[in-house]
Design a protein around this ligand. Structure first.
Ligand code: HEC
Ligand code: HEC
Length: 298
């Protein structure tokens, strides 16, 4: 059936709008809308153009190549590469490959029943109770379990995986958060002294407040003050980001969502990696990009 004249007009409007977008567009992304008669700029040509225009930032940090040539140009990350990372030693910093320890959903053979050797296994996450996904395809995974385990050091800094995360002191903090993180007698008598004491969460470790003692960095890492109730509730980076946007480290009633609890109970992977290893490994950036792009399996 031929299009009615109104449909024809609507199509014409849409097509016109498309041309306006193409005409305005000068970025790499708009090339995919380029007219058929004009040859499409290749990604390499665009790169050379950006170099000439001075649009590529100054070199310096480890992640520079990944940022400039992969992330900013939206290069699709293939599952094949992700699979290689999971199977390769030292892929995120010194240590054995992830799939040595996480290679099936059989929790009697693979830690947490987590299978990082297949795409489906990565998406399904930990199958041992409590079962849960470790990221959400199509979203930024920065605060999700997978990326936390690659970036976040356990606290106190330097404490190894061989130390229990289930000590009575750990449980006191967890319960205090679960009960609403109040500024009550329990906090003053039982919880705050733990943050102020050496060896409270493991042997030969400094007190939390040796490193997180005020809102000034330096000397206090992340401008985090664990020496008072107000400081704990205010959170991190309150000067850098502003008091209203400070990173909350306590979500009252939800220990699992509270960064303090996450940092007390989760070891960075692979286990044994030194906290002095950079947290932003280029391959962590690529893994994150794959997830943001939808965690496609092909
Ligand atoms: C030497 C063995 C080993 C290696 C290698 C290893 N892990 Fe783990 N992983 C563990 C253990 C043990 C646990 C469970 C204890 C814990 O939660 O820390 C775990 C837990 C996890 C969890 C949490 C699962 C959950 O239940 O939420 C994730 C995610 C994870 N590992 C990812 C990785 C990644 C990614 C790598 C590779 C960089 C890796 N692991 C390498 C032993 C390992
Ligand atoms: C030796 C110094 C040191 C000690 C001791 C220490 N931390 Fe940290 N903490 C750091 C550093 C460095 C970072 C940032 C980098 C990282 O996470 O590895 C950090 C980050 C954190 C963060 C994340 C803040 C954010 O912005 O997300 C929390 C929460 C935290 N520490 C809590 C604790 C707690 C609780 C203790 C005591 C059990 C503790 N820290 C002991 C050095 C320390």
């Amino acid at each position: 059936m031929p299009f009615s004249s109104t449909t024809r007009q609507q199509l014409f409007q849409i097509a016109k709008a498309g041309c306006v977008v193409a005409a305005l567009g000068f970025t790499f992304a708009s090339n995919s809308f380029a007219d058929d008669d004009k040859p499409r700029r290749t990604i390499a040509e665009q790169y050379i153009q950006d170099l000439k225009d001075g649009k590529i930032g100054a070199a310096g940090d480890d992640d520079h190549v990944v940022q400039e040539l992969i992330i900013k140009r939206s290069i699709p990350i293939t599952y094949k590469y992700i699979n290689t990372l999971m199977n390769t030693p030292n892929a995120f910093g010194p240590g054995v490959a992830c799939t040595t320890c996480h290679n099936s959903q059989d929790a009697s053979k693979s830690y947490r029943g987590l299978d990082l050797s297949t795409c489906k296994g990565m998406i399904e996450g930990a199958t041992e109770k409590p079962k849960h996904a470790i990221f959400t395809p199509g979203t930024n995974p920065k605060r999700d379990i997978l990326v936390r385990r690659l970036r976040n050091n356990r606290m106190p800094l330097g404490l190894g995986f061989e130390n229990s995360t289930y000590t009575p002191n750990h449980m006191l903090v967890k319960q205090w958060i679960a009960d609403g993180a109040k500024n009550d007698d329990n906090f003053t008598k039982n919880v705050l002294p733990l943050f102020n004491s050496a060896n409270a969460f493991g042997p030969d470790t400094p007190a939390c407040t040796a490193c997180h003692m005020s809102n000034q960095e330096p000397p206090s890492f992340h401008e985090l003050n664990l020496s008072t109730h107000a400081g704990v509730m205010l959170g991190a980076d309150s000067i850098a980001k502003g008091v209203d946007k400070a990173t909350k480290v306590i979500i009252a009633g939800s220990p699992e969502k509270s960064f303090i609890w996450q940092h007390l109970s989760e070891d960075r992977m692979p286990p044994g990696i030194s906290p002095s290893e950079p947290r932003d490994h280029p391959n962590t950036t690529i893994l994150s990009a794959w997830i943001k792009q939808g965690a496609k399996c092909d």
